[in-house]
Design a protein. Structure first.
Length: 161
């Protein structure tokens, strides 16, 4: 998957290729007990190279967190999203109405305006890390499955520790 020029420079904003990048929908990347000690770590791993919108990552985070809050309780897990939506999605609006064909003919390679951000994954990339104690592993697997149903790539769960 070739990356198009969607760089946003913090140090030299004049050299940025994309102006006005929308802020990603996911604001919280760590949930649960950040200081707790857990004996098991589960990873959700992407099996395909895919581009996931930040909306789907946020929806998956909400579903998994809600399930873990009710079943495992807040002090008995730590969930961290390991991917960040750096890739900027662009869209060129389609012209409609009278004279639209003449307007659109000169638009061979339109750059488009930023409409959102996305996560670009590779096969074998870790998406989230979930730390729990051994007695909560079945519930953690269900939460991981709920997370994976909201994103657009097949995933596998790897238990470490």
């Amino acid at each position: 998957m070739e990356r198009p020029w969607t760089r946003v420079s913090k140090h030299k904003p004049r050299k940025s290729y994309v102006k006005g990048v929308p802020f990603p929908k996911t604001h919280q990347f760590e949930m649960g007990n950040k200081t707790g000690t857990f004996d098991t770590t589960l990873y959700l791993i992407a099996e395909r190279a895919v581009q996931m919108r930040d909306n789907s990552v946020e929806a998956a985070r909400i579903v998994a967190t809600k399930y873990l809050e009710t079943k495992v309780l807040g002090a008995n897990y730590f969930l961290k999203i390991l991917v960040f939506p750096h890739h900027v999605l662009r869209e060129k609006p389609i012209a409609t109405g009278a004279g639209a064909d003449r307007y659109s003919q000169g638009m061979a390679h339109p750059f488009g305006k930023p409409v959102g951000t996305a996560v670009q994954t590779k096969p074998g990339m870790r998406l989230i890390r979930l730390m729990v104690n051994k007695q909560n592993i079945p519930l953690a697997k269900i939460a991981m499955k709920k997370f994976s149903l909201k994103i657009c790539t097949p995933t596998k769960i790897v238990i470490d520790g």
